[in-house]
Design a binder for this molecule. Structure first.
Ligand code: NBP
Length: 464
């Protein structure tokens, strides 16, 4: 009998996903460009549910129809290469599923082409890294809703479960799944940056050691900040270096890497006209950090040009509040971006459902996603999370502490692009009268761009 599903690409993600699918009782055929990875997987696995193939044609022939083939290859041209090689072996109705981190616009193009040729194409965001792929990732499938019936059960079975619910649900047409995964990663950038700023402040103004910080984050993880990222941060602060008598975190070079999904989120936000300053700020801060040599030079040039404020133990709680309030703004930005993309691309995204998917398997999994899910299930047309009652109450209660923390950091010369951009986002968002009357006057002055008036209808131009 033929196999239920195929996986192409057996690096970290594909291999673990194949094992996960096999664990759930499905039979899986696997193929990799270089046979070595296939041999390794076959040698390593103990299940009878996996069959390895060394020819793409035989691999395709081994699958039941409609064929379901998951690609877990590097994003970009490898996906095009594989599709090109696969097509002659396929039959109309077969389903190609790209589970990698492809750019959503590429997915839209591939999807249109293949659907026109009679095939089905899914762009599926899969989050959770190696461990997620093996034990249950968050899964965001985008593609033809009819074809989803053939793959939905398998994807749901292998996904993470949060509070008993699968972290997988149909997201929308063509690029929707990859778009949502991209925004997930953008939010992840912001979330990580905000945690790093909390660390920077606590270290800077309270001289906390890694073991103090371990305790602080451990406690924070018991409350409303409870999340995977806060949990691993607490673990990280407890880890001693094996090559020195320091904590490992103190021995790690402060130059951040990235793979580009944060950058894409920023680019798309600029195109769609949605402000996400805390997310883009996090991307920029990684860029800034990566040139350590120049920062060292500038550090010598400017020396100590700010006087560090000293704060006592009662400053931990304001920092926690500032972190939570900033985090709310970062998520508000990411969800606003999805709302606008949903409108412009016609995806009809269910933002409550998406918040629920993020609760398990993925990097930003957190308690507070339940609050976001509630906000959008109470009002699916909600313009911004800041307009929701629960979040309004938190921000109102925390805003004084938040301002105090940002002011302390700024006075002390501690860079807090995340905390401060989130606060500025909130302040701009809630300000009825921004100084853009002046900006409109400037535009009209030098470019005759015209302006509108507050007291009467029409478009005006002045000879300044
Ligand atoms: P990589 O992104 O490192 O890709 C390696 C795989 O791509 C290998 O199987 C390789 O085959 C195959 N490949 C390449 Br490269 N070029 C190819 C081509 N022209 N034709 C056919 N196959 C080709 O693997 P990964 O880290 O497992 O990630 C897979 C996907 O999942 C990526 O899109 C990634 O962004 C995404 N993702 C990764 C993570 C993570 O934590 N790593 C998390 C979430 C999503 P070879 O063995 O013959 O070189």
């Amino acid at each position: 009998s033929r196999q239920n599903i195929g996986v192409i690409g057996l690096a970290v993600m594909g291999k673990n996903l194949a094992l996960n699918i096999a664990d759930h009782g499905y039979t899986v055929s696997v193929f990799n460009r270089s046979g070595k990875r296939t041999q390794e997987l076959l040698a390593e696995c103990t299940t009878n549910n996996i069959e390895g193939y060394f020819s793409l044609e035989e691999f395709v022939q081994s699958l039941e129809r409609p064929r379901k083939i998951i690609l877990m290859v590097k994003a970009g041209s490898p996906v095009n290469d594989i599709i090109k090689q696969l097509k002659p072996c396929l039959t109309p109705g077969d389903i190609i599923i790209d589970g990698g981190n492809s750019y959503f616009a590429d997915t839209i193009n591939r999807s249109r082409k293949l659907e026109a040729e009679g095939f089905h194409y899914f762009g599926v965001g899969i989050s959770g890294g190696e461990e997620g792929a093996r034990r249950g990732p968050a899964i965001m499938p985008g593609g033809d809703v009819g074809a989803y019936e053939s793959i939905g059960q398998i994807l749901t079975d292998i996904s993470a479960k949060a509070e008993g619910e699968p972290c997988c649900r149909y997201i929308g047409g063509d690029g929707a799944g990859h778009f949502v995964k991209m925004v997930h990663n953008g939010i992840e950038y912001a979330d990580m940056q905000l945690i790093c700023e909390a660390y920077s402040i606590l270290k800077g103004v309270m001289h906390m050691s890694p073991s103090d910080l371990h305790e602080v984050f451990k406690e924070w993880n018991q409350g409303e900040l409870n999340s995977y990222l806060i949990g691993i941060t607490s673990d990280i602060f407890a880890k001693k270096d094996t090559d020195s008598d320091h904590y490992l975190v103190d021995m790690i070079l402060d130059a951040a890497g990235q793979k580009g999904t944060g950058k894409w989120t920023g680019q798309v936000a600029l195109e769609l006209g949605i402000p996400i300053p805390t997310i883009t700020g996090a991307v920029f801060e990684r860029y800034l950090s990566s040139d350590k040599a120049t920062r060292m030079e500038a550090g010598k040039l400017y020396g100590d040009c700010a006087k560090t404020k000293q704060r006592g133990a009662d400053f931990v709680e304001p920092v926690r509040k500032a972190l939570y309030a900033s985090k709310i703004c970062a998520y508000a930005q990411g969800f606003s971006l999805m709302l606008e993309a949903s409108r412009q691309y016609g995806w009809k995204l269910n933002l409550s459902g998406i918040a629920k998917i993020f609760r398990g398997g993925c990097i930003i999994r957190a308690q507070f996603l339940n609050k976001i899910a509630d906000a959008y299930s109470d009002d699916s047309e909600l313009k911004n999370l800041l307009m929701d009652n629960y979040f309004k109450t938190v921000i109102e209660n925390y805003t004084q502490a938040w301002r105090d923390v940002v002011a302390t950091a700024v006075t002390s010369g501690i860079s807090v692009p995340g905390f401060s951009s989130a606060l500025a986002y909130f302040d701009s968002y809630r300000t009825e009268t921004l100084p853009m009357n002046l900006l409109q006057a400037q535009r009209d002055y030098f470019g005759a761009h015209t302006y509108q008036r507050i007291d009467k209808e029409g478009t005006y131009h002045t000879q300044w």
